[in-house]
Design a protein around this ligand. Sequence first.
Ligand SMILES: [Zn+2]
Length: 256
Amino acid sequence: MKQRKRKNTRKRKKRVMRKRLMLLFICIFIGWFYRNISSPFIIGLDPGHGGADVGAQGIIPEVELTETTVKYLETILEKDGRFRVKLSRKYGEGKEINPRNSTLKSANPDIVLSIHGNADDSGRGTGFECYPAPPGRKNHGASMIFAQEIARQMERQGSTLRGTEGIRFGYYIPDGSGDFVKTIVEAQDTTVYEYGTFGILEGMPCPSVLVEQCFITNAGDVAAFATEEGCKKAAFAYYWAICRYLGVEPRNITDV
Ligand SMILES: [Zn+2]
């Protein structure tokens, strides 16, 4: 009699456990489903510098512009609610280019945006330019369209566009002694070169663009696009470009 009772109790416990497990799986599935339906787009963001790698030094260090802008853009995208942000590195982390590239690739993003600041010795360089995956690369066409949207939105925010409507291609050309020379060509040069391009764009399975937001060596540029307000202004330009490229209506995002 006692034995049967114990058996029944054990059976009941097992049933309860099974039900609880089932409920847990259902909750996890609903959470996963809701997240994927309500936030269908994955945006890969690369703060171009971080940690010990502070980038170029101008009126401000480049890293200040890259991190401030990415933080604003991340906040805007999360407030919008339809985007999931994947960062290539944590803020303040000095991560090399290849692991950053792999981190973004493994997230299978819809688009990738890498943010940098430009610099020159004369201090006269000014304006915005961006670099899509160059001709011959798998996502070149789509990257061009995304780059055009970004340049258009930056112009709307008051920036001047360098090169051909703000778009250029970047290559690393071997100099014969084992080193590489960074070489910039205009967007009209659609030759398919075998040279490497910016590391963050290499092999990206989606449209990818690297932006040079403004010159950190030019006082006017820094005031317009590298202060807190300036970085926020640029972040909104990128947000609108992302929405336009993905074919969704931008939302009225406030309190950023
Ligand atoms: Zn940089």
